[in-house]
Design a protein around this ligand. Structure first.
Ligand SMILES: [Zn+2]
Length: 533
């Protein structure tokens, strides 16, 4: 028997062998059970999550007289032909290489003939978003006038590239990206069947590296199995995969947060000396920072792909401000994109590590400038009067709230941001931390929540999150509001006091230890710092 690579050998052949797609299975099984199979389906999801495998299994299940739900077919010709891509009734097309109108016309032509051996004729078009415009138009005509017993399954990783006219005629099935736990179980299963010795850390490393794809996870396992003679340990696995250890990631993160340029560059030289992949290192660092932000916001349990950070390291990292994390995270995303384009990856990373240290130092100055004393100095007389009045009102409100303390929920009809935040704080609700820096705009019964950065926007825009916030808002206020989340632009300092602040920051930056280190390390001088336009 010829050797089969693991990803082919363990490609699921029945519904019960599919991992991590419970929702999809429920939907597909119910189509079969109720005998209401749509004539066009779109399978969308990232690569390697089982779209085409499930399309085949679905085609087998609706055509094989024996295969039902979890029952395994005892090798009928229909199933084995589909498995080997030899069936005349279940036709697979890769749109990435057959994207022209002629190929689609051929399919349409053949869809007019009834099936030969099977009840249903099934067309599986993989990477359907690659079709040309003319090809999509031709396909649309067929979808508009479907033949009885002909089914189209369109698989795609980029559903947004499919014309709406096509989408509206298909039943959409969303595939989940597999989480690390599901992948780890899958890998352990395969290892025990294949008699591969592997430690837990390596399993977790492979799950992380395969980014939610079952196919990729088995590809990586295969690579390690072959190189390490079926005996996989994390140290060697890291060397082969070129991934940086969490200890180094922690050290660099801490040095970035404390603006220690020297140590950052030293750590990076260790990475390059050991032959680790620089681009992967930046990706791992990004992931590490992202995870730290989730820990900081205390919502790490709500997402699956969080890097496990050791307790002592977590404690040390979480001392720093969320704003600092977010800014470094933003810069790291840009750096990662840059790594994909450049040939001088080492220099680019070195220069950017320095820049990142300066970014965190710059932010520390923001803190100083934003401190109360300095703010007071910048204020005009009018602003001082206004502040004094505000303090007075705050005092009255504080006294009132003391009176109401026994009943923390203030219920009023009119929406008020401060009332909302106060309640969330008292309820110790995690959303308090997320919403505190957002802008709230009320339009009729709609509350527009404007976030100031991409990361927060990403977290808040999730349907589940919006639902939670809506529920809280509608509990606190005795009225029904609709919540909308949008991404606003970052605050800009335009006014004179903004320039004043900038100059002050600039002066402090010049005198800083970081700059002194920079000058001595590179034997250079900075002539001026310009404000970003
Ligand atoms: Zn069969």
């Amino acid at each position: 028997m010829s050797y089969k690579v693991l990803s082919r050998k363990y490609r699921p052949k029945t519904f019960s062998e599919v991992v991590g797609q419970e929702n999809v299975l429920t939907i597909l099984k119910s189509f079969i059970k109720t005998d209401s199979i749509p004539h066009a389906l779109i399978f969308c999801g990232s690569r390697g999550v089982g779209k085409t495998s499930l399309a085949r299994i679905f085609a087998k299940t609706i055509n094989c007289p024996e295969l039902r739900e979890d029952k395994i077919c005892s090798d009928c010709s229909i199933c084995s032909e589909i498995d080997e891509s030899k069936s005349l009734d279940v036709i697979e097309i890769d749109a990435a290489s057959n994207n022209g109108v002629d190929q689609i016309r051929e399919i349409i032509e053949s869809s007019n003939y009834s099936s030969i051996n099977c009840k249903y004729k099934v067309f599986i078009i993989d990477e359907v978003h690659m079709l040309s415009k003319a090809a999509f138009n031709a396909l649309l005509k067929t979808l508009e006038e479907p033949n009885k017993n002909t089914i189209f399954i369109l698989a795609t990783t980029e559903v947004e590239r499919i014309p709406l006219t096509i989408l509206s005629r298909c039943q959409m099935i969303n595939f989940k990206t597999l989480n690390k736990g599901v992948l780890a179980n899958h890998l352990k299963n395969v290892c025990s069947k294949e008699k591969i010795t592997i430690d837990d850390e390596s399993v977790s490393l492979i799950s992380e590296e395969s980014k939610g794809s079952a196919r990729d996870s088995l590809g990586i396992l295969e690579q390690l199995m072959t190189s390490l003679d079926r005996n996989i340990d994390v140290e060697n696995a890291r060397k082969i995969l070129g991934t940086t250890s969490n200890q180094i990631l922690f050290r660099i993160s801490r040095n970035l947060l404390t603006s220690d340029i020297k140590e950052c560059l030293k750590d990076y030289s260790v990475i390059t000396k050991n032959g680790y992949d620089s681009k992967k290192f930046i990706h791992s660092l990004l992931n590490y920072f992202r995870s730290a932000i989730y820990y900081k916001l205390e919502i790490h349990n709500e997402v699956n792909d969080i890097v496990a950070i050791e307790e002592s390291e977590k404690k040390e990292l979480l001392k720093y401000d969320i704003e600092l994390f977010e800014n470094l995270f933003d810069e790291l995303i840009k750096l990662y994109e840059l790594c994909n384009k450049t040939e001088n990856i080492k220099f680019i990373i070195e220069s950017n590590l320095i820049k990142l240290c300066l970014v965190s130092n710059y932010l520390n100055f923001n803190e100083i400038v934003d401190s109360k004393e300095i703010k007071e100095e910048i204020l005009t007389t009018e602003e001082r009067v206004e502040n004094a009045q505000k303090d007075k009102i705050d005092k009255v409100q504080k006294e009132e709230s003391v009176k109401q303390k026994k009943n923390p929920k203030i219920t009023t009809k009119a929406f008020d941001k401060s009332v909302l935040l106060k309640n969330l704080k008292e309820l110790k609700d995690e959303n308090h931390k997320l919403l505190i820096d957002c802008d709230f705009k009320l339009e009729g019964k709609t509350i527009n929540i404007e976030t100031k950065n991409n990361l927060l926007y990403g977290i808040l825009k999730e349907d589940e999150k919006i639902e939670k916030i809506s529920k809280l808002v509608n509990e606190i206020f005795t009225d029904t509001f609709i919540i909308r989340i949008s991404l606003g632009s970052k605050k800009e300092e335009k006014s004179e006091s903004g320039d004043f602040k900038f100059n002050e920051k600039k002066d402090k930056l010049f005198e800083s230890e970081t700059m002194k280190n920079l000058f001595s390390t590179f034997d250079c001088r900075v002539l001026d710092i310009e404000k970003e336009k």
